[in-house]
Design a binder for this molecule. Structure first.
Ligand SMILES: [Zn+2]
Length: 333
């Protein structure tokens, strides 16, 4: 076991860490030596060391640096680092070098510096107007921890991408839905209007990659679902949400759930394309009138009922072609 060596050496270098505090045996907090934490605020301390399996890892909540405690020791004090390596080598624990894993459930770590200053919906009082609007959507409670209120969407976005919105005229609050990668890092986010502001959705990319929502939650090695809306995906187990054209590059064993808009030509084209590609697809039955999963929930269906309709109306291959032809006739005006 190596963690006692990690703990021992963390204690040895702790005098070099400003505001070092041991929260408990597995969690220490101090000012981040990499970014210096806040220059303005000397009391800010956003560097953390926490235990994962047998090792201790470092993570800064300000600059997002994440590394092993070994690397942190090396960064601070090369002599102590040599002793550390020697002691690990002697005990044979050097063979265990798991990759740092930064995805764990303590929310304080999950909230990345990208979202600095924003409150999650779960942090808002129940009578807060934004909270009330979201509560009306009946989203699963657990999802409210990672959806945020962004009071001034243009202004906030400009702090991340300078001049993204050249004018702040008409700036307004939006619901901010982060798109995280498999490691939990935010690479894009969507701002959903609370009211009638247009467009209803604005997606901001921080990195060049496909706009796929839910990568941090979905296990793609199992069968998974793909729908259009991030909020809709929260109601379905193991479900991603993918923006329009990015569907084409998705790989794995999955079922596509388009919105229920049988008279939308664009969606019909995409359905046809998906069937021809060989993916399985949901063709909503006539009795379902709601246009998306969230609306089905709002009409009184339970998550399980929606899931059952999905299961019973999933088609692929020749069956999908047949059902699609029939489905188009039923829905044609
Ligand atoms: Zn830092």
């Amino acid at each position: 076991m190596s963690s006692y060596i990690d703990i021992k050496y963390l204690n040895i270098i702790s005098p070099q860490l400003q505001k070092f505090k041991k929260k408990d045996n597995n969690l220490s907090n101090f000012r981040c030596p990499y970014c210096g934490d806040s220059k303005k605020n000397k009391t800010k301390a956003r560097g953390f060391v926490y235990q994962r399996k047998n090792d201790l890892f470092f993570k800064c909540h300000n600059c997002d640096v994440g590394t092993t405690v070994g690397k942190l020791i090396e960064y601070l004090d090369s002599k102590t680092y040599k002793d550390y390596i020697m002691e690990r080598y002697k005990t044979g624990s050097d063979t265990i070098t798991p990759k740092p894993e930064f995805k764990f459930n303590a929310p304080v770590f999950k909230k990345k510096s990208v979202l600095k200053g924003l409150l999650s919906i779960s942090e808002l009082e129940s009578d807060h107007p934004a909270r009330k609007i979201v509560d009306k959507r009946k989203l699963p409670n657990s999802s409210l921890r990672d959806i945020y209120l962004c009071e001034s969407f243009y202004k906030f976005t400009n702090t991340l991408i300078p001049n993204k919105f050249p004018s702040l005229d008409g700036d307004h609050p939006r619901l901010l839905i982060p798109f995280r990668d498999e490691q939990g890092e935010i690479f894009a986010y969507q701002g959903r209007a609370f009211g009638i502001e247009t467009p209803k959705y604005i997606t901001i990319k921080l990195k060049e990659r496909d706009k796929i929502f839910g990568l941090d939650r979905v296990d793609k090695s199992k069968h998974f679902y793909v729908c259009e809306g991030p909020l809709d995906s929260l109601f379905i187990d193991n479900c991603l949400a993918v923006g329009g054209s990015d569907f084409d590059r998705l790989e794995g064993d999955f079922t596509v759930i388009f919105d229920n808009e049988p008279r939308n030509k664009e969606i019909n084209k995409q359905i046809e394309k998906t069937i021809n590609k060989g993916s399985s697809i949901v063709l909503w039955p006539e009795q379902v009138k709601e246009k998306d999963i969230n609306d089905m929930i709002l009409s009184g269906m339970s998550k399980e009922e929606v899931q059952e309709i999905i299961t019973n109306n999933t088609f692929s291959g020749a069956g999908a072609k047949l059902r699609f032809t029939e489905w188009r006739k039923i829905n044609a005006y």
